[in-house]
Design a protein. Structure first.
Length: 377
């Protein structure tokens, strides 16, 4: 391949906002004279698979940078903490820099963690679903920075679900980290667009910029999980449906090799559920089998369940799949239960996760999945 051909091939690769930021020498030169913060984790890389922490540090150091302060959301910089687990301050093994956790309320201590910063860079991967916490953490932190007259720069990334929209907006009184944005459950926006939506009231307090990403749904060679449980691209495709099971006593596959690609529970009629999934017009297929867990309470034991994957069809509807699953489970799985919300809240977990109570109430009233989905449309 000639040099010209190689450059042409590089231009075809989908670039992220991170790639465009580090290519902007004028911006990098200016940032190198300032105190800079970076909110990211190791799932964020350049097109050449260089992690954001290393790429930004190298770019700034090349121009005599003053300092770089690292921040990270849920799951931590190395994505080693499980869902909902507290994330402690740590050290980034790639750069040796200290990392400040923004998960579990640390963003409320903004005066301390933002003190002395001139600019904040944000680079995180979202999965296109409202309850995924990265975008909410980033938006909260960006608002806090702008309020303190700190410049905010967002390195955007393509939404892996594209512009697809599914489901209703949250109820205003149920706003939380899981229902932070006034958007549909499957929102069709990039993380940069979500942040811009949230910081509108303070956008004039300091400079705000978004470095755009190429809109490409083609993943690079290999797969970098955006969080620990999404270990396969198919898990992201079905996440908006299976995440609803986290509010029930039915497993979505966490603790197995098919995390967020399975439905399993003791005593489940997996054959009947598999047939039902294959009859629904949601764009997903299923096969019944035994699911093996690697952690309690079912470690090493076979549990009846189904494996799921997206069909080769133009459109997938993961939320519709999730609503159909809940409807089927309530009718056919005698041990089905809703789980209570964590902490002292009297709510059910599904109401907090979904940002609404009508899904649970409609299901308990016996409405069909089609009726529920039509009501939202």
């Amino acid at each position: 391949m000639t040099g010209t051909d190689s450059r042409a091939e590089n231009r075809k690769r989908a670039l992220s906002g991170l790639d465009r930021l580090i290519s902007d020498e004028m911006m990098i030169r200016r940032l190198a004279t300032q105190q800079v913060g970076l909110l990211t984790n190791h799932a964020c890389t350049t097109v050449d698979q260089v992690p954001a922490t290393l790429a930004i540090k190298r770019s700034l150091d090349a121009h005599g940078a003053k300092s770089l302060r690292l921040f990270t959301p849920e799951h931590g910089m190395q994505l080693s903490a499980g869902a909902g687990e507290a994330v402690s301050n740590s050290e980034d093994p790639l750069t040796g820099l200290p990392v400040y956790s923004l998960y579990e309320g640390a963003e409320n201590n903004a005066d301390t963690v933002l003190e002395g910063l001139d600019a904040l860079i944000i680079d995180l991967r979202d999965v296109g679903v409202r309850c995924y916490t990265y975008a909410a953490t980033a938006a909260r932190f960006a608002s806090a920075a702008l309020e303190r007259h700190i410049e905010v720069i967002v390195c955007d990334r393509a939404n892996p679900l594209g512009p697809m929209i599914e489901g209703p907006r949250p109820e205003p009184e149920r706003r939380s980290l899981l229902a932070y944005f006034d958007v549909p459950f499957v929102h069709g926006r990039t993380i940069g667009e979500l942040i811009a939506l949230a910081i509108a009231p303070v956008i004039t307090q300091a400079p705000f910029a978004i470095y755009p990403a190429d809109v490409s749904l083609q993943p690079p060679l290999g797969w970098i999980p955006p969080s620990p449980a999404l270990s396969h691209p198919d898990a992201v495709a079905v996440y908006a449906g299976l995440v609803l099971l986290e509010a029930t006593n039915v497993s979505e596959g966490r603790g197995t090799s098919v995390s967020f690609r399975a439905v399993a529970a003791p005593g489940l009629d997996a054959e009947a559920l598999g047939r039902a999934v294959n009859e629904w017009n949601t764009g997903f297929a299923a096969a019944a089998g035994e699911i093996f867990f690697t952690r309690p309470p079912a470690s090493g034991q076979p549990v009846p369940g189904i494996a799921l994957w997206p069909r080769r069809v133009p459109r997938h509807e993961p939320l519709a799949l999730g609503v159909n699953l809940l409807c089927w489970l309530m009718e056919n799985y005698v041990d089905f239960e809703w789980l209570p919300a964590a902490g002292s809240k009297p709510d059910m977990a599904i109401d907090v996760l979904f940002g609404r109570s009508d899904l649970r109430k409609h299901l308990e009233a016996g409405l069909s999945a089609d009726a529920i989905l039509r009501g939202w449309r």
